[in-house]
Design a protein around this ligand. Structure first.
Ligand code: UDP
Ligand code: MG
Length: 319
């Protein structure tokens, strides 16, 4: 690869209370950037409202190193909004989205770039051998398979955010106006040639996961409700089924009355059927509510994040 056709690489990383991993992250990403031809490459760090020393450390790194850009958000907006902010601040020909905790090994960027040079616009990591607890691994496994069946366009299995995007894919994703950003979904939606590479997902370098279980479930629901109408269609299917059964039962009741001169009996059966149907109705009311709530979020059209301060290395300039 000659210097002239080497793309400028931007590595984009969201951080939330990652003071314990930041020095090691800087070291490993810098080593990778040093090994790349061409340039200038950059590392865009987004502080998602950390309450520890993350932001101070980031800004210090940006002042001391022309390749590091520090973007501090005004509060904690969440992982996907922070990644969105990172995408809005990168300047390279290719963007690598990565977690700060080194579960995504920065060294894989070299393999991603190889695939990029073979003509792929998107290269994403397919997670292999996760290090999470068994029950969580099972949840991930089941979730990704459920999502794969429901989502349109089809989303690849076991693919997280760790990926390389060409400039044009990054631009298309940025053009999508939705507020509930499920980036791995938007990435698949963008199209072009995409390739999944198996990457072993490491354990967290330090600290605890910044995703509570509730947040994880929210992210999961975002994937389903942003990329599928199957839940809302299911209401129609279940409703049609229930109506069909009711008609059959009515026919039977008439037949029993006219031919056999007896009426079907059973208070308990009545109660069970009644409460069951009420449950189904409320459940689908909840599903519809989920879509309505999301429409409400989109209609309000609030910005996805708010930037407090950007510190760029070269000029040490702040805005
Ligand atoms: N993160 C963030 N904002 C949040 C939560 C997490 O920017 O509100 C970052 C976090 O610092 C990390 C990445 O998102 O770089 C993934 O988070 P984490 O490793 O805690 O999630 P997990 O890998 O356990 O799913
Ligand atoms: Mg992690």
């Amino acid at each position: 690869m000659s210097e002239s056709n080497a793309p400028r690489v931007s590595v984009a990383v969201p951080l939330y209370n990652e003071e314990a991993t930041l020095p090691e992250l800087l070291r490993r990403v810098r080593a990778v950037l040093d090994a790349l031809p061409g340039g200038p490459h950059e590392l865009v760090l987004v502080d998602d409202g950390s309450t520890d020393e993350t932001r101070t450390m980031m800004e210090e790194a940006a002042r001391g190193d022309g390749r590091v850009v520090s973007v501090a958000l005004s509060r904690n907006f969440g992982h996907q909004p922070a990644l969105t902010a990172a995408l809005d601040h990168v300047g390279g020909d290719v963007v690598v989205l990565m977690d700060a905790d080194l579960q995504d090994p920065p060294e894989e960027i070299l393999r991603f770039l190889e695939a990029y040079h073979r003509g792929y616009d998107v290269v994403y990591a397919k997670r292999e051998r996760r290090k999470e607890p068994l029950w969580l691994r099972f949840c991930y496994w089941a979730y990704y398979r459920l999502l794969a069946r429901m989502a349109r366009p089809a989303l690849p299995l076991d693919a997280g955010d760790f990926s390389l995007l060409s400039r044009r894919v990054a631009d298309e994703i940025r053009r999508a106006p939705e507020r509930q950003r499920y980036l791995r979904g938007l990435r698949a939606w963008a199209g072009f040639r995409q390739l999944g590479l198996p990457v072993e997902r490491a354990g967290r370098h330090a600290g605890e996961s910044k995703y509570s279980f509730g947040r994880l479930v929210e992210l999961g629901l975002d994937g389903i409700f942003s990329f599928s109408v199957v839940p809302i269609r299911a209401a129609a299917v279940v409703g049609a089924g229930a109506a069909g059964l009711a008609v059959l039962f009515a026919l039977y009741a008439v037949w029993a009355k006219v031919v056999q001169h007896r009426s079907p009996q059973g208070f308990t059966a009545l109660l069970v059927v009644g409460t069951f149907l009420a449950g189904v109705l409320l459940f689908f009311l909840g599903v519809i509510g989920e879509y309505v709530g999301r429409i409400y979020q989109e209609v309000k059209a609030r910005p996805v994040y708010v930037v407090d301060r950007v510190v760029r290395g070269e000029r040490g300039e702040e805005s």
